[in-house]
Design a protein around this ligand. Structure first.
Ligand code: PEP
Ligand code: CO
Length: 460
């Protein structure tokens, strides 16, 4: 099919090839669910998506940094306030480390309140001597490895909407209602983190922030009147994989008359569904939210140019974030040409590094994991290449959890291979635990402080 943007509508994607869509067993029920979603209140407002767009525009211009992080797959089993609070806590800790370290605003975007659908490399999984549907995330089916549990159920999209609404409600309360108050910076250090080397380093930084606040107060600045010290903006994002769900939540903004996907502030297109002539690119070309697109190691400069044209023909700064997930060893070879392609075509891209998804390995005993040092190596290579090309390294995209899990190997407080099974809790990909995340934030802050051209591993 030719890539010609014809009449876009929230359902125009249906006449394009849609990859990774679940084989919904009952067409009538699927259509009924999309209809129900269309009647639900929006989860986010168009005006909020525009605020995020403005913040991302500063990133595109090199005046801010994005921290996008959260679960690989959120779970219907874990709906507790505690889990949401712990995720926010580590996000705030990392953001404070990055902001203090770089003296730049950090745009905080969670993989949260909607990250329930997963693309799979195979639609089928072999269990015993049976082939069953793969697990596509809780918005599609259950993770239980049995044929019936794996049957896609469209009602799960309604459940996903409900859980997203509850999560978002609490997130807003935490972000605006006192938990994110900078004068509580010490309280974000969880016990199991505080006792570690990076936890102590964080404690010292928190004390410096206290002193800086004390200094400002002593200078006569009325801190109580500075709302920005007590509240933060935490934006939501997820992979826009299930186009039925995204279509159902798309609304025309009454102020501007433009279409917005009101399932999240930002939505990204995954590596497996980024075909320029595919349904996902068609759908996201028509909504005005900030959108992201993953780029794996096979991405070509031509594809980058095509994606930029399809997703951001007006060249609006902040509209398009390209998330490179190339693999630590591939960045130096692949990234320069991709950066060049966008720059030559004069597209204002926010360049973000996802150092997780191309660095997944299996241990000898078959456990999916990622090594902290390899993750860090991809981030370092990303910074070095961006610096060498004169492009702003705009942010990082991570999979983490606030819990004390043992899913990724290494880190300052090392997780060893024989410890992996101790607290391996992810529904999908291995996540950094809170200590490893904090460790990474300190290292990224150091990279941000290095002026361009002074990288330890300069691109050659
Ligand atoms: C993800 O972000 O969880 C994911 C599946 O990423 P990618 O599309 O980059 O493989
Ligand atoms: Co993942």
């Amino acid at each position: 099919m030719a890539v010609t943007p014809s009449a876009w509508s929230p359902s125009s994607w249906r006449s394009w090839d849609a990859y990774q869509q679940p084989p919904w067993p009952d067409e009538k029920r699927r259509a009924a669910v999309v209809g129900r979603l269309a009647e639900m209140p929006p989860l986010v407002f168009a005006g909020e998506a525009r605020q995020l767009l403005a913040s991302l525009a500063s990133v595109a211009e090199g005046r801010a940094f994005v921290l996008q992080a959260g679960d690989c797959a959120e779970s219907f089993h874990d709906t507790s306030a505690r889990a949401i609070r712990e995720k926010l806590r580590i996000l705030l800790q990392m953001a404070v480390v990055l902001t203090y370290g770089s003296a730049l605003p950090v745009v905080k975007v969670g993989r949260i309140a909607g990250q329930f659908a997963k693309p799979r490399s195979s639609p089928i999984e072999r269990v015993g001597d049976e082939d069953i549907t793969s697990f596509f995330g809780h918005m599609v089916n259950s993770e239980v490895p049995a044929a019936e549990a794996r049957l896609p159920d469209p009602d799960r999209m309604l459940q996903g909407y409900d859980q997203s609404a509850r999560t978002l409600n609490l997130l807003r309360a935490f972000a605006k209602g006192g938990f994110a108050n900078i004068t509580r910076v010490h309280e974000w250090n969880q016990e199991f983190v505080a006792s570690s080397a990076e936890g102590r380093r964080y404690e010292r930084l928190a004390t410096e922030i206290d002193r800086a606040l004390g200094f400002m107060a002593a200078c006569g600045i009325d801190l109580a009147a500075e709302q920005r010290l007590y509240q933060v903006d935490v934006w939501t994002s997820h992979e826009g994989l299930l186009l039925d769900y995204e279509e159902g939540l798309t609304r025309r903004d009454s102020l501007t008359g433009e279409w917005y996907d009101c399932s999240a502030h930002m939505i990204w297109i995954g590596e497996r569904t980024r075909q320029a002539a595919g349904a996902h690119v068609e759908f996201f070309s028509g909504v005005k939210n900030p959108v992201g697109c993953k780029l794996g190691p096979t991405a070509t400069p031509g594809e980058v140019e095509e994606l930029c044209e399809r997703l951001n023909p007006q060249r609006v700064p902040g509209r398009l974030t390209l998330i490179a997930r190339l693999g630590a060893g591939r960045v130096h070879d692949v990234l320069p040409a991709l950066l060049c392609a966008a720059r030559t075509a004069e597209h204002p891209v926010v360049w973000v590094c996802d150092p997780m998804h191309a660095n997944t390995v299996k241990t000898d005993s078959g456990v999916k994991t990622r090594r902290f040092d390899v993750i860090m190596a991809e981030v370092e290579a990303f910074f070095a290449t961006c610096h060498a090309e004169g492009v702003w390294p705009g942010g990082v995209h991570l999979e983490f959890t606030g819990e004390d899990v043992t899913e990724c190997l290494g880190g300052a407080e090392e997780v060893l291979e024989e410890q992996l099974h101790a607290r391996y809790m992810t529904l999908c990909d291995p996540r950094l635990n809170a200590r490893q995340s904090l460790d990474l934030a300190f290292r990224v802050a150091e990279l941000m402080r290095q002026p361009a051209g002074q990288d330890s591993a300069a691109a050659s």
